[in-house]
Design a binder for this molecule. Structure first.
Ligand code: NAP
Ligand code: FE
Length: 364
């Protein structure tokens, strides 16, 4: 099965090329983070195009990293008060995911506690997604990952209503990323590609895309960190991120993502780093169940597993954090109860999970 209802326009000047496909309504709600829509240059390119198309716009630039459900309700109210009839989401995964949830909340008049109740998601508004990071691939996925404001628990929901109608991916909008966000988001994309192989919902149609995506990241990440304005390298990472998104739209994510969520909730560990710090251990953990698939990957990218690990460990991804034993027990419940566990090829016992967590626990 291969299903993707999103029109994708990729490459330099993609926004201009997308103009004929942009008119989903008369008044757009622009959802973004505090700074990325301006810093990336998207807003400066977008406003004249909206003016040419006679589309009005209202800006809601309040989405923080790892968006809270309370921000979704504020966005929903803003959208309804201003009678917007579609959304243009600009930014990293946080504003893109928030935009999906705002559209669902506004269309179905949901309260904060109803956001995860899929049976109440009957309709949504059209979404145009313009990513400014090369990590989540949210521009082509049906997922929205939120943190509940009351419980501080990070969890996603998936719904076909969430798929953006149009994804506009221009690597020029990513050259303003800091080295840290560049690194972390590329490692998130890498994680999505690898999880596409791990997932029990893995899909042979995706393997060429997964192999190519991993190769693009391995070949271009260091270059991009050294030369942030290197457009071909940025384009390679943007493409890998898009491939990662298309992959997880089909396979879902796995334990690799679930294990990172409590770290992000507790320590604000950036999402991509939270994946990367367990990436080697997770590959080793999954390996016995999928030796052939992993060998195929390394053949395709012309690298040995050890070379890949050395490459991975050349980046600053080794972190150690203070975790109490009580916290560790609670996190294990959360991780083992996560939605993503269903697709994991090997579900850890509590002792195995504890050992994985100890990779990053101080004093162990
Ligand atoms: P992000 O949280 O959206 O943004 C990280 C930081 O980068 C923010 O400070 C942002 O600034 C800044 N930024 C973004 N673009 C920039 C640019 N072009 N120039 C300068 N600064 C820029 O990061 P992300 O890693 O892309 O998204 C992470 C979120 O996505 C997490 O919540 C994660 O769980 C979720 N996620 C979703 C999916 C999915 O399929 N939907 C998959 C994986 C992860 P401002 O905030 O000031 O704008
Ligand atoms: Fe992710």
């Amino acid at each position: 099965m291969f299903y993707l209802p999103t029109r994708i326009i990729f490459g330099e000047n993609a926004l201009r090329e997308a103009a004929p496909h942009l008119a989903f309504g008369k008044r757009a709600l622009i959802v973004s983070g505090r700074s990325s829509a301006v810093k990336s240059g998207v807003l400066g390119d977008l406003i004249p195009i909206l003016n040419e198309l006679n589309i009005e716009h209202k800006i809601f630039a309040q989405i923080l990293e790892n968006p809270l459900t309370s921000q979704i309700i504020a966005g929903k109210e803003f959208m309804l008060e201003n009678n917007c009839d579609f959304i243009i989401a600009i930014g990293g995964g946080s504003p893109l995911d928030a935009a999906k949830a705002i559209a669902i909340a506004a269309a179905n008049d949901l309260s904060e506690d109803e956001l995860y109740q899929l049976d109440l998601h009957k309709r949504s508004y059209p979404i145009v997604a313009v990513p400014t990071t090369h990590g989540t691939g949210s521009e082509v996925t049906q997922y929205s990952v939120l943190t509940h404001s009351k419980t501080n628990k990070k969890a996603g929901f998936g719904s076909d209503l969430n798929f953006p109608r149009l994804a506009i991916v221009d690597p020029r909008y990513m050259t303003s990323l800091s080295p840290k966000v560049s690194l972390h988001t590329a490692l998130d994309a890498l994680s999505h590609l690898l999880e596409g192989l791990y997932s029990l919902s893995r899909n042979t149609h995706l393997y060429p895309m997964i192999h190519r995506g991993v190769r693009l990241i391995v070949d271009n990440l260091s270059l991009c960190l050294k030369e942030p304005n290197h457009l071909p390298a940025r384009e390679a990472l943007a493409l890998a991120s898009l491939y990662g998104g298309i992959t997880i739209a089909h396979t879902g994510t796995t334990l690799q993502h679930a294990i990172g969520y409590p770290f992000t909730s507790a320590f604000d560990t950036p999402h991509g780093l939270a994946n990367a710090m367990f990436m080697k251990e997770m590959m080793e953990f999954n390996l016995p169940n999928m030796l052939e698939l992993i060998n195929e990957l390394f053949d395709a990218i012309n690298m040995s597993k050890e070379e890949f690990y050395n490459w991975l460990e050349s980046f600053p991804i080794q972190i150690k954090v203070e975790i109490s034993d009580d916290e560790e027990e609670r996190w294990m419940d959360e991780i083992l109860g996560a939605r993503n566990i269903a697709a994991s090829p090997r579900v850890p016992t509590r002792d195995e999970l504890r050992a994985l967590i100890h990779t990053v626990k101080k004093g162990v």
